[in-house]
Ligand binder design. Structure first.
Ligand code: PGA
Length: 249
């Protein structure tokens, strides 16, 4: 069975005190079983989050990393640095990184390779814009994002990739893909993986949905056969909402 996952992407929110409070509240929400729960605070607070969660099953993951091993890249963070503080998972390819920081498929291919080289698991995000969907190009766009950044990997490497389908028009907008739209796309992605890597690998890969997942819509989205969990933005900033989503998986 595929691993079920709920990951909270905190983006550029929460100072240190807020980070600590939210983590305490998350711990108080109690335990969970049979799934992975992750939070992605700002890189500045990864170490603090790691220590605060040292006895919890909640995992701490990074929101981004640079593709180079080291060097003159002012302001950037390498995979080795993440690994050095025991952060073993990184989100790559988020639409905000693509849109505001110029991350192309080629850069993302390099970032994925750099992460895997450090033995860091990747939550790889992709998804179409509203125009793509309106024009009926959404399958094509998603297929090319996945092929361009990931298909140079072999099946063994793909085991360290979690996919996250995030239609750009649904991120932070309150607009959610319907459970049927999510399922349709997730099934398409799995068939794409099956063609390239075989059915066993496709069936073993977790595909998360992201985009305005809230306590009131999570259960219906998660009930779909090819949806293995969620990448949660806004609703991950409130412990109660985040755990309501965790529980509905
Ligand atoms: P949202 O963000 O839940 O606020 O729409 C999702 C994401 O950006 O990962």
């Amino acid at each position: 069975m595929r691993t079920k996952i709920v990951a909270g992407n905190w983006k550029m929110n929460n100072d240190l005190a807020e980070t600590q409070t939210l983590i305490e509240q998350l711990i108080q929400q109690g335990d969970f079983s049979n799934k992975r729960v992750m939070i992605a605070p700002t890189a500045v607070h990864l170490s603090a989050a790691k220590s605060a969660l040292s006895t919890s099953k909640i995992e701490v993951v990074a929101q981004n990393m640079h593709q180079a091993e080291a060097g003159a890249y002012t302001g950037e963070i390498s995979g080795k640095m993440l690994k050095g503080i025991d952060v073993n998972t990184v989100i790559l390819g988020h639409s905000e990184r693509r849109a505001y920081f110029g991350e192309t498929d080629t850069i993302l291919e390099e970032k994925v390779a750099a992460a895997l080289k450090q033995d860091i698991e990747v939550i790889f995000c992709f998804g179409e814009e509203l125009e793509d969907r309106k024009a009926g190009n959404h399958f094509e766009v998603v297929a090319s994002q996945i092929k361009n950044a990931l298909f140079a990997l072999d099946a063994a490497a793909l085991k360290n990739i979690i996919l996250a389908y995030e239609p750009v028009w649904a991120i932070g907008t309150g607009e959610t893909a319907s459970p049927e739209q999510a399922q349709e796309m997730h099934a398409f992605i799995r068939s794409l993986l099956a063609k390239k890597y075989g059915e066993a690998t496709a069936q073993a890969t977790s595909i998360l949905y992201g985009g305005s997942v809230k306590p009131n819509n999570a259960q219906e989205i998660f009930s779909k056969a090819d949806v293995d969990g969620g990448l949660i933005g806004g609703a991950s900033l409130k412990a109660e909402d985040f755990f309501a989503i965790v529980k509905s998986l």
